[in-house]
Design a protein around this ligand. Sequence first.
Ligand code: GRG
Length: 287
Amino acid sequence: MTGVQARVETALARLLPAADALPPRLHAAMRYAVLDGGKRVRPLLAFAAGGLAGAAEARVEVAACAVEMIHAYSLVHDDLPCMDDDVLRRGKPTVHVEYDEATALLVGDALQSLAFQLLTEHPLNDDAARQLGMARLLALASGSRGMAGGQAIDLASVGKTLSLPELESMHIHKTGALIRAAVLLGARCGAPLADEDNLDHYAKCVGLAFQVVDDVLDYEAPTATLGKTAGKDAAAGKPTYVSLLGLARARELAEELRSEAHLALQPFGARAARLAELADFIVLRKF
Ligand code: GRG
């Protein structure tokens, strides 16, 4: 994990515009938002899935950075006063606090554009149609029928009681869609996989497990460990797995999803060891 995280950090630093390139304030803020922070879970998943599909690491690296840029943009916008209004992210002041709101808005916009620029200007697959499909996959995962749609449902759910299927649908869109895209984009840098449906099922399980665990950590972990304000969801009157199911059942659900993710990897045998380890990391993490 440490090796991939370091590699992704170097690649992100290379692929982002230099901090002194015109306009320097925007570029410095983009680098502030993306570099030196975060667990890099989505790039780790992309590399593990790319390894399974025999993809060239130089290709996976670009796809992984594109997904991480979309993720970083979503965090910058999510922290804005018009959304979650937070002051701490990845252990640092949020972008609108360190810079200003207009810059934070532009950072998100520009990171999103850069992600698609990367996916279309670098050779990621020898089959051009397959590469076009990768850009479409990321667009669907991050747009109104994916992450942005999930965020809209999230904002509309404040102070409401959601049923479990409603909560699940919100998170499948808000968090799960981009995690699924990370897995599939990594794999699609390589040769077509006979059992891609199984990989997709794995990705859906870990995407949902990620959010269940996020809710558990938001409830029980201190702010210093999380690097973001703890207990915010409950304070904002947002429905969570913990508020709906209770702590014990939420933990059990995360475990069930981890088992289901492992089961989905069975056809791939030992080649999927890294993906299995990442399912463990996502469920057992403490931050
Ligand atoms: C603004 C369009 C738009 C979308 C925002 C993902 C999201 C949608 C908002 C983030 C809010 C949030 C805290 C969701 C919980 C799950 C989540 C995505 C946590 C942050 O991801 P990590 O833990 O963060 O991978 P790091 O910092 O490690 O990269």
